[in-house]
Design a protein around this ligand. Sequence first.
Ligand code: ADE
Length: 231
Amino acid sequence: MTFYFLTLFPDMIRAYFAESLMKRACESGAVDARVIDIRDFAENKHNRVDDYPYGGGAGMVMAAPPVLRAVRSIAGVEAMPVINTSPAGRPFTQKEAKALAREESVVFLCGHYEGIDQRAIDAVVTRSYSIGDYVLTGGELAALVMADAAARHLPGVLGNSESLAEESFENDLLEYPQYTRPETVEGVHVPPVLLSGNHAEIKAWRHRESLRLTEEKRPDLYEKYLQNQKR
Ligand code: ADE
């Protein structure tokens, strides 16, 4: 899967793909992360890509022409989803992450300053996503969150495929708690069932813990789970 990141801060993106699982995903060929610096598409001698907002107000707006040129520099972009990162976008969920992973190529347009000239958005953006109800200083973190959440659904990116099936949000439940050695930490023991070797009991305990945690921490998800069980 190819991710294109259109950004004013290319090193923020490169840093993420230089570590850990995403580095391995790039090395194995499962992921191709291409970073495009919007500033390279400025056509003035100071490489300016932002300007004052018409109508006044605080902050600067990313100008349309460099953004449009940057997007259109991608061969075949007409057939790709072009995603704008914005707190005003549709909430990005696990379902969207899985759907994104089925795309061959995805373009992320990372906004900065007070936003992007609406004419550039209208001309090239196919959807806008928000990663939560808070405002970031820029779209890079949001684009990386989405790319990461999608990439881990690609074959070979995670070490073992079971970690996908049992994790949080599958079946609308949060994941059960995990423990590893040592058996006792500051006087607190591992739940004995996990040492029992009885796989049926372990599975049942984990499911009960998932239910308990979801009801306690995410009553909205728990309600959804109960509704789905009734169907
Ligand atoms: N840019 C700034 N805040 C954002 C958010 N919450 N989601 C996506 N992009 C953003």
